[in-house]
Design a protein around this ligand. Structure first.
Ligand code: AMP
Length: 209
């Protein structure tokens, strides 16, 4: 099964992708994670994209598409994938159609005005990569799942979040129509708890809707 998770920044793509990956045994591929790893490791790509990502803009398509194409050609993707954060614009979606098109695109639907606080209050774990909201954890610095150190992503600052929303509206929003027209878009209500959203995704995937 080949799945794409589509949704605004903070809509819960990462959380849901990791649950889907656990349930169906599919590799979870997050372009955001791949870029952040490159930035931490100070690779050539990391150095090129750090400022773009910190400011909330999109990394260049050529680099992004190449990274995904290569990742999807790995052995563990033979049985499918869960893509989280890719594609993010029409050029990327068209490219994916050319090398490994998804069977279904799960669109996590939630109004942007509900997301700003989700992102600015988000803390991410350096170790397990989980993310948590300050309203729901006891200690803002310690991961409740693995004890790792929590940090604030640079692009979760208020200015960067606004830029990410603007980029989403302009570049990623058109993908809803792109996949709807292909009959592959499955929308779920993202304005619920993570477990409820996941249950709706499972129903959508298994066609019980
Ligand atoms: P995410 O963790 O998915 O929110 O991604 C964090 C940042 O990585 C984004 O704001 C972009 O700067 C960059 N990024 C992630 N995925 C893509 C993509 N498909 N195309 C371009 N830039 C991306």
């Amino acid at each position: 099964m080949k799945l794409v998770l589509l949704g605004a920044p903070g809509s819960g793509k990462g959380t849901q992708a990791s649950k889907i990956s656990g349930r169906y045994g599919l590799p979870h591929i997050s372009t955001g994670d791949i870029f952040r790893e490159n930035i931490s490791a100070k690779t050539e790509i990391g150095l090129r994209i750090k400022r773009i990502i910190d400011g909330g803009d999109l990394a260049p398509d050529d680099i992004t598409i190449e990274i995904v194409k290569e990742r999807l050609s790995a052995k563990d993707c033979e049985g499918g994938y869960v893509l989280d954060g890719f594609p993010r614009n029409l050029a990327q979606a068209e490219a994916l159609e050319g090398f490994d098109p998804p069977d279904a695109v799960i669109f996590i639907d939630i109004p942007l005005r509900k997301l700003e606080r989700r992102l600015t209050g988000r803390r991410s774990c350096k170790v397990c990569k989980g993310s948590f909201h300050v309203d729901f954890i006891d200690d803002e610095k310690v991961c409740p799942d693995c004890g790792g150190e929590l940090f604030i992503r640079k692009d979760d600052s208020t200015d960067a979040v606004r830029e990410r929303f603007a980029v989403y509206e302009e570049q990623t929003r058109p993908l809803e129509d792109f996949y709807r027209k292909k009959g592959r878009l499955k929308a779920v209500n993202g304005d619920n708890g993570a477990e409820e959203v996941f249950a709706e995704i499972v129903r959508a995937i298994e066609g019980e809707k």
